[in-house]
Structures are given as structure tokens and as C-alpha cells.
Design a protein around this ligand. Sequence first.
Ligand SMILES: [Zn+2]
Ligand SMILES: [Zn+2]
Length: 304
Amino acid sequence: VKVRVLGSAAGGGFPQWNCGCRLCLGVRAGTLRARARTQAQLAVSARGAAGWYLLGASPDLGSQLAACPPLHPRGPRDTPIAGIVLGNGDLDHVLGLFALRESQPLVVWATERVWRGLAEGNAIWRTLERFPGQVRWERLVLGEERPLADGLAITALAVPGKPPLHLASAPPSAEDTVAIRLREQAGGPTLVYAPTVGGRTPLVERLAAEADLLFFDGTFWTSGELGGTAPGAPRAEAMAHWPLSGTGGSLELLERAPGRRWLIHVNNTNPILDEDSPERASVRAAGVHVAEDGLAVDTDEEGP
Ligand SMILES: [Zn+2]
Ligand SMILES: [Zn+2]
């Protein structure tokens, strides 16, 4: 499988436009050893295939596609994007759909819950419904593997989450937030994309144990971190993000996971963004990487 990390930050990116915290100031000024990051976005493709699937649809998608030549059109009115897989309805994971509104037929894979949140009662959605078939929905049912093109298959697996902020009045559903497991049917590695994980469950443990390539929620280092920059902000868990540090933190789980592991969806307040920080050193010591924009992973394992 081929993986391209087009974006690796949480909502708002790094630096965030309205943030002057130590990290955002430092990366703007170039006084901190840290890399700027756009909002989390993956693109994946099967070995030897030309089509790509987007995991998520980041608000930065337009510039992210421009920066990734394999995703450029090969002729007039063309795209190698074979489909878009949505794991939740948060705006930083779906707004990019509206950057793809130029009359290109699109296929969107999502749970019924995430799909309805987008397509129902949303006047702006009509820009993606200008002709029949502009956007086709493929329903993801929890735990059911679905085939994509090129021998790939995906499964949506419920992880602790929440409805998006703009739909917070709706009762929570297990379909609000899913991890995406992707594999090549002919064998080869299993990839898990889980940028939003609200805590530990037996399924989360299993995903970490079986992933050969794991892209996991690296949003916050501590539970109260956002409150340090934005007083009154909710704790990490209330935003469906499991903090990394301390006893019971996600780094304990990730340290023991057997595959290659990256943190993604890193918030601009997270001290691991500072490459010289002790927090970054503990992540490194756990054998875990921090995903960066532009990262390319190409596995060439033969199937069993
Ligand atoms: Zn997010
Ligand atoms: Zn900041």
C-alpha cells in the first residue's frame, strides 16, 4: 500500500491563525525547532494502482492536492481520486469536500450518521448536487468490510467519539466517529487511520495490536492542555481526544503496539510539536513517530 500524509495537524493547523501560544509563535518566527502542519489528511493507494482514496477531507485539501503530484489530473477534467472515506463529521474532517465542487463526480464512503449530518438540512451541500450522481454515497456499516477498487477493502470501526459541534444537539451514536481499517485483499499490510479516539476500549486495543501501519490520535499531550491557551476550553476527553501522557494515557498503549506508529491530528498546543521538548523525547523513546506533512510510506511486502 502507498500512503501520503497530506496534513498532520488537528483542526486549525499549526500554527493556527488566531493563536499566539509559545508553539505557534515559535514556529512562525522560526525560533522553535518545529514544522508547520496543515490539517490532518491521508491519501492511500494500492501497490501498482493509479487511483487514490482520501481518508478524510481536510479544509486544506486544495493546497494539499496541489502539493502531491500523484493526485494531480492526468488530462482535462480528470482526477485520480477514486473515493473519499469519512471517519466523522467534524468540519476539519469534511470541509474539503467543498473544495472538490467543480462538477467532478465523487464517491463518498461514510456511515449513515455522518452522511446524513452532511447531506440533510444543509443548503451548502446542494453545491455538490448540481447534477444527478455528482456525489454518490457508499454506506459504511460498523464492522462490515467493504471492497474498494484495486483490491483494497475498508472497515469502519466505532471508537469513542461524539457528534460534530454543529450537530451537538443530536443524541450521540456509535456511528459518529469511526476508525478506518484498510487492507489489500491479496494480503499485505493493514493500515488503521484513527485521528479521533476518545479513550480506550477493547476494540481500540485490538486495532492498535493488529495494525501494521497505525495513524493514531495525537491531538493532546494532557487533558487540560487547551484550557492553558483558551481559558474555559473543554478537557481533551470531552472533545473525544484521548490524551497521550501519564498513567492511562494513549502512549502506554502505543508503546506496546507492534506495527509502525505515527501520531496524527496534533493540536497546535501539543508540546510534542517542539522537536527539542522532553515530551517529544518520550514519544521517540516509545518508538512512536510524529507524522509530518509530505510523509510518504510505501510498503512492498508480498502477500502471504
Ligand atoms: Zn479533528
Ligand atoms: Zn498555538
